[in-house]
Structure formats: structure tokens, C-alpha cells
Design a binder for this molecule. Structure first.
Ligand code: 6GU
Length: 248
């Protein structure tokens, strides 16, 4: 997968993409990331990227020209195999659809992504109307720019690409992959400061362990994210467990 990111602050991307799983994915050529400075696509002496909003109001708006030219330049470099692919052009903005594991999965099937990091009070609406194919927000809070949101999206998408994670099984265990939060996990020592690991986990009884984990996942989901349970397929036993917990 090839990812192009348009930003006013390219330096923000230096460290998050140079560590751990991500760097390994780049080294193995499973993903390539290019960071483009929107300012490089301006033509005036002052490299102007923003301007006042028509009609008045506080704050500056990103001008359309540099963004259109940057995306068009990136697209013209892409070796598009005749109509097989339209490249998603995604604007990171608090006005977008709420990012989720489902959307990460959807995006992970594209061979190419172009991400535009919004800034200031927003972008000229013509960027939305005539350039962007998708708008994504990472949650109901306001960030000072789309950069951190772009990093969140890229991280969530890249780890889903085949071969990026060590074992494909760990993808299935992910929080949210099943619509349940993850069960509690422990490692050695078996007793730490007097706090013991639940006995069932040391029992070697795999059926019991699987049952305990599923129950714990339901309990935890019930406690922190009850709305997720409405969308999840639970067996009768788990439904009753959730119901009991609700009543207690
Ligand atoms: Cl994508 N951008 C900004 N500026 N703030 C956000 C966001 C994006 N998602 C949540 N808050």
C-alpha cells in the first residue's frame, strides 16, 4: 500500500512512523509513506496556504489551489492500472464520519490512500465538493490539526495489511474485531505483591479458559461500552450474563 499525506507540518510525522511495527512494515516494503508539504504547491513569494473566510468570521481557511495541485500531482505519479482503482482522497476533519475498526478494514483494501490534514478553521468547501472522496474524524473532540488523526488512521490501517503483524491470529483477538472489548490478560509472576492471577488461567483447561475469557470480555464491555453489546452476536448464556450484570 502506498500512502501520501498532505500537511502543513511534515516534521510532525518524523517519529511516529520511524518505530516499531510501522518501521518494519516500511522496511519490508509492505507500505510506503510520502509526506508532502502543502506549502510546496504554492506559487506566490510568501507561499500562502490560507486566507480570510468570505462573509467574515474569525480564523483562516486553507486555500483550494495548493491542495488541488498537490493531489493532482500525486495522482499523476500513480501508475493507475486503467480504471481498476480510484484512489481514496480522505480529508481528516472533525466534520467527517467517525473512524472505526470497520473503516480501517475498508481502507486496508485500497492499494493507495491520499490523506489531507485539515488545519486552522477548515478548508475551502470546494476541496470537499470536488476533490475529496471521504471525510474522517477520529472522535468527538477538537484537535488543532488533522495530523494526529492521520497518524491514528495510518496506524490502524497498516497493521491490518497482510504480513505486517507477526501472527494473523492476533488480528482476530483485537479489541473491537468481534465487537467486544478484550478480556484481562496476565503474565508471570503468578502472584505479585499478593495479587494472584485468576486460577482458571493456570489450570491448563482450555475450554474453561475460553469460557472465562468470553465472560470477562462481555463483563468488561458491559461496564465500559454497553452500546457495543447491541451490535454483537452473543450466545444465550452470554446474553443472560450481560442481563444479570445490568440488573446488579
Ligand atoms: Cl480528523 N481533525 C481535527 N482537527 N480534530 C479532530 C479530528 C480531526 N478528529 C477528531 N477531532
Amino acid at each position: 500500500m502506498q500512502i501520501d499525506i498532505l500537511t502543513l507540518f511534515p516534521q510532525m510525522f518524523d517519529s511516529p512512523f520511524s518505530a516499531s511495527i510501522f518501521q518494519r512494515a516500511v522496511d519490508r516494503k509492505l507500505v510506503g509513506v510520502n509526506i508532502h508539504n502543502i506549502r510546496d504547491y504554492t506559487h506566490d513569494k510568501h507561499h500562502t496556504v490560507d486566507d480570510y473566510t468570505y462573509g467574515g468570521g474569525a480564523g483562516m481557511i486553507l486555500k483550494p489551489e495548493p491542495i488541488f495541485e498537490a493531489v493532482e500531482s500525486i495522482k499523476s505519479d500513480i501508475d493507475l492500472k486503467e480504471g481498476i482503482d480510484i484512489v481514496p482522497v480522505i480529508l481528516l476533519t472533525p466534520q467527517g464520519r467517525l473512524f472505526s475498526q470497520q473503516i480501517a478494514l475498508e481502507l486496508s483494501s485500497s492499494s493507495h490512500l491520499i490523506l489531507i490534514c485539515g488545519h486552522y478553521e477548515g478548508v475551502d468547501e470546494r476541496v470537499r465538493e470536488h476533490l475529496v472522496t471521504d471525510e474522517i474524524s477520529i472522535g468527538d473532540y477538537v484537535l488543532s490539526g488533522g495530523e494526529l488523526a492521520a497518524m491514528v488512521v495510518v496506524d490502524a490501517v497498516v497493521r491490518l495489511l497482510p504480513g505486517v503483524l507477526g501472527s494473523e491470529a492476533s488480528l482476530l483477538d483485537d479489541s473491537h474485531a468481534f465487537g467486544l472489548l478484550e478480556y484481562p490478560q496476565y503474565t508471570r509472576p503468578p502472584v505479585y505483591r499478593g495479587w494472584a492471577v485468576p486460577e482458571v488461567l493456570l489450570s491448563g483447561n482450555h475450554a474453561q479458559i475460553a469460557k472465562w475469557r468470553r465472560e470477562q470480555a462481555v463483563l468488561r464491555t458491559m461496564k465500559h461500552r454497553p452500546e457495543l453489546l447491541d451490535k454483537t452476536n452473543l450466545c444465550l448464556e452470554e446474553r443472560n450474563l450481560a442481563k444479570d450484570l445490568k440488573q446488579s
